[in-house]
Structure formats: C-alpha cells, structure tokens
Design a protein around this ligand. Structure first.
Ligand SMILES: Nc1ncnc2c1ncn2[C@@H]1O[C@H](COP(=O)(O)OP(=O)(O)O)[C@@H](O)[C@H]1O
Ligand SMILES: [Mg+2]
Length: 217
C-alpha cells in the first residue's frame, strides 16, 4: 500500500503588500518530513499558517487528513488543531505564569500521554524545567515548546524556525529527535528554516523564491 497522504495543497496563492506565491502545489505523506527554505519575506511563515489552519489563502485548497480545511466549521478546525496538529511557532504557545513542567503537564493531561524524561534530558532542559517560563532564556523556551508539542503526540507537526535560538549542536539534536519521532509514530513534519544544512536533513526540501515553490531535494 502506498503511504497515506496527510497534507495536500492545490493551486495556493497569497499576497500581502506584494504577491508571495501562486499555483503552489504540495503533498506530504505519513512518515515524511518536508523543509521549506527561502529568504526573509519570501512568505514561508504565511505558507505555514495557511497549511496549519490559521490563515485562509486567497486562492487554492488545503486538505488535511482527507478534510478540506477551509470548508470546515470553526469548531472542527479547533478540534483538528487540538487532536492532530503540533505547532511550534516563533511566538511560543506556552503559559507564561506556569513552570516549564506545568506546561508539559497540561499537554500530557489533555493528550492522555506521559511526559518522557529522556526527551527532557536530550533537549537539555531537565535541569531548568521546574522554573517559570518567564525565567527561561529564549532558547530554553523554544525547547520547552518542542517538548510540549512532542508530549502531545501529534500526527503532523508544523515548526517555524524551531531552532532559531539554539546553538548548532542542539539544533542538530532537535532535528534527530524530530526524525525519530516521525519515523516511530508514522507522523509528518513541515519545517520552515533559513538553515539549509538543517533543511537537508528532511526527506524533501523546497525553496520559496520569486513566487515559486521549487524542489531542492
Ligand atoms: N498578517 C500580515 N499582514 C500584512 N502583511 C503580512 C502579514 N504577514 C506577513 N506579511 C508580509 O508578508 C511578507 C512575507 O512574510 P512571511 O510569510 O512572514 O515571510 P518569511 O517567513 O519568509 O520571512 C512580508 O513582507 C510580511 O511583512
Ligand atoms: Mg517567517
């Protein structure tokens, strides 16, 4: 049996002050990772928002797990986000008044999944996870966000520059963790990054460039 299609976009177009992309097609299968690269302002984050239920495109369609996204009702989009998607975005969705660990507990309770101490060690946050989110550095908050999303065990992860505040070795470890997660859970990843070396660790790589979505790998 061919791998199941998780995400499909057809003929997407969007513009803000200037056109960002048009006629953009993509598909992503279970167990597969895709990186999107491109210079600042090329529309990477906008595309990720469109693919992840947050922004309706000017033209085209997005199908997630066989459902056409922007035909769904608001509450169906909320349920999809809650149950199936993991979002690691630059504005970390962490509860600021809570400790890192309490943030993980919220995700763990909602998903009925355990918190994995090995994951915290690999992300090198096991020693600081008891501290309030506001006391953590940007890089530590970024890693708590990654741990929170993985604790939820999503079928599809969207990550926007998830390693932007991390040193190179830690960024490589995060990529290894993502890779193991998607392969072992038959999950999928869409990663936006400006780091081509990290991007090349994904199964497929595309570049947003002058309104086009060009395959690089
Ligand atoms: N909500 C918005 N309203 C108006 N302009 C926006 C909005 N979001 C993004 N833009 C503009 O769209 C362009 C692409 O932004 P973005 O998708 O964030 O690019 P990238 O992530 O590749 O740096 C930028 O010029 C940005 O200012
Ligand atoms: Mg961006």
């Amino acid at each position: 049996m061919p791998p199941m299609t998780i995400l499909e976009a057809r003929a997407l177009a969007h513009s803000f002050d200037y056109p960002l992309f048009r006629d953009l097609d993509l598909t992503l299968s279970a167990g597969e990772s895709m990186a999107i690269i491109g210079v600042s302002g090329s529309g990477k984050s906008t595309l990720l928002h469109i693919l992840s239920t947050l922004l309706e495109p000017e033209a085209g369609s997005v199908t997630l797990f066989g459902k056409e996204l922007y035909a769904l009702k608001g509450e169906e989009l909320v349920a999809l986000r809650r149950d199936d998607l993991g979002m690691i975005f630059q504005s970390h969705y962490l509860f600021k008044g809570f400790s890192g660990y309490e943030n993980l507990e919220v995700a763990a309770i909602l998903a009925g999944e355990p918190i994995d101490p090995v994951l915290l060690k690999r992300l090198k946050i096991d020693g600081v996870i008891g501290q309030k989110v506001t006391e953590l550095s940007g890089g530590q908050q970024q890693r708590v966000s990654i741990a929170r999303v993985l604790t939820k065990k999503p079928r599809l992860i969207f990550a926007d520059e998830p390693t932007g505040n991390l040193d190179h070795d830690t960024a490589l470890e995060v990529m290894a963790i993502f890779d193991e997660y998607i392969k072992s859970h038959d999950a999928s990843l869409v990663l936006v990054t400006h780091d081509e070396e990290l991007a090349m660790r994904c199964d497929r790589v595309y570049r947003l460039h002058e309104e086009l979505f060009e395959p690089v790998k």
